[in-house]
Design a protein around this ligand. Sequence first.
Ligand code: PRX
Length: 652
Amino acid sequence: MSETIGVYEVEDRKFPPRPEFAANANVADRAMYDEAEADYAAFWAGQARELVSWSTDFHTTLEWELPYAKWFVGGELNITANCLDRHVEAGRGDKVAYHWEGEPGDTRSVTYAELLTEVCKFANVLKAQGLEKGDRVAIYMPMILELPIAMLACARIGVAHSVVFGGFSADAIADRCDDASARMIITADGGYRKGAAAPLKPTVDAALESGAASVETVIVANRCDLDPDMVDGRDLWWHDVMAEASADCPAEPMDAEQLLYILYTSGTTAKPKGIMHTTGGYLTQVAFTHKYVFDIKPETDIYWCAADIGWVTGHSYIVYGPLSNGVTSVMYEGTPDTPAQDRLWDIVERYGVTQLYTAPTAIRMFMKWGSQEPAKHDLSSIRVLGTVGEPINPEAWMWYHEHIGGGQTPIVDTWWQTETGSNMITPLPGVTTTKPGSACHPIPGVFAELVDDDGNPVASGGGYLTITHPWPSMLRGIWGDDERYKETYWSRFEGRYFAGDGAKLDDDGYLWLLGRVDDVMNVSGHRISTTEVESALVDHSAVAEAAVVGANDEMTGQAIIGYVILRGGNEPGHELGDQIREHVGVKLGKIARPKTVVIVPDLPKTRSGKIMRRLLRDVADGRQLGDTTTLADPGVVAEIADRAAVAGDDEG
Ligand code: PRX
């Protein structure tokens, strides 16, 4: 028996925690939920004192002046002292922090003590380059150990890092450096992807040619011996500056609200938003969720978050959460099918991975590759499986459960955002009875509610997802744009944080996330704004006007479809369509390149001139067209549908 909710067939399959798992779980009853329900601020204060080491205790748990929160006011801490020094001081310095594996198969394991030394040295390098508390530094790196070292070195001295995903373009780097007035870029010559060295440094050079005037210094780690151009007086080799650096850099206490990082994410306009996270509240909720959602046992676990540090998942669940909890992590540089489609399972087996955290898109890809790949390996070490980034269809959930989890392992489907900093809605593996495809319930201390168009709470059925109380790891604003912060998150529904997602509540009180309700697409778990892609399309000299929609896609969740009108004098054709696609790749980065560009004579518009995206989405999804009577020219839609069918065939 199932009914349809949005994209889902609602499940009636239920998976209660297995008694063997619950017996040893970090949390196995509802006491924490009850405690948080009674007094959420007191609950978080307790967690902050238990999980975080403070140099000065806080005097006030929360100052909340909607929409601005300050958590743990008066408290002082150094986040790297929490991630590194305290483990070393407690005699755990020889414990491995990261088992790192490069795509070509080279490996490097670094202990907590070694990581601390590297971080102190690089913090001294930053100081020697004149960087001071409050400055911003951009980081554009592959998944190598120098990346967390660079981030932690910044954090140690109160410099905010702004990590730019390694797949982004020169323009994207320049825009982010300009917005944050970054004084330095830390990069590498390149990184290994799909069996070859992919250069990064030339992209940084291009960014610095077109913008990023605030950048004074570029530090370059040598990963691939690519021998990049080095600009005299601006570019320095990582190994040169580190050779002379002292390892003496005591952790300086920072205010709980010291800016820790800026991470840019797509919104509904063309300009990405610089999401700001601070220190004490962020660390508290990241450490809390990491420990309880993944049931971390630092003494014995080998934890692996297979995300990229360029996204928030990597910030919170590769760097700050796992290090703060003192667990051993695996970190992998490359792609999952190099040299073969069992690469991930080979890594799981060799290191004895106990927790694996990945995205539905990846799971669907593994499904396509076939269950014989994981079957080649012993995956019985895995205790908890996690997923993040987009709704997981029940079929993918079940495949993950059966073929990776051996039909035993609990799955935590974690809903959260760059803005929320850490997990918000997710099962706790020893407590929650899960349903395939549902993120289940808010964690203790987080309160979510669905509301209708008028902001009235809905008790069951569909609505907009809102968060009703501040939470410790919430964003503290958008860098340099207070108005946008208020407008985007706090104006749609009074007194509530509006997440931008739609969701449904079933009769058992389970939440089912349905995807974005704004002009943001979710492609393979990556947020991409329709407007950003539209701007890149019209930037091409042959394009007069463009409209972009996210169409349903079996593999990637959504796929980007761009409809373009050509400027006079340009002949429509495949070659031009491909050039236009590539242009978006160059402007924004490959992940934002449309799957299909449809060249159309006109776009469906309302009489007031607004593009009717709903119709374009219908066309892209191959659905029956909806009501077209508000169109300026109803004939346009039929023509678009014809062309989309042809372009779709060619994609084939
Ligand atoms: O639409 C939701 C989707 O990803 C968006 C947040 O994207 P980003 O800031 O890039 O962070 C991704 C990693 C935390 C959300 O607004 N999303 C994230 N997790 C889930 C999800 N949708 C459904 N289920 C999830 N578990």
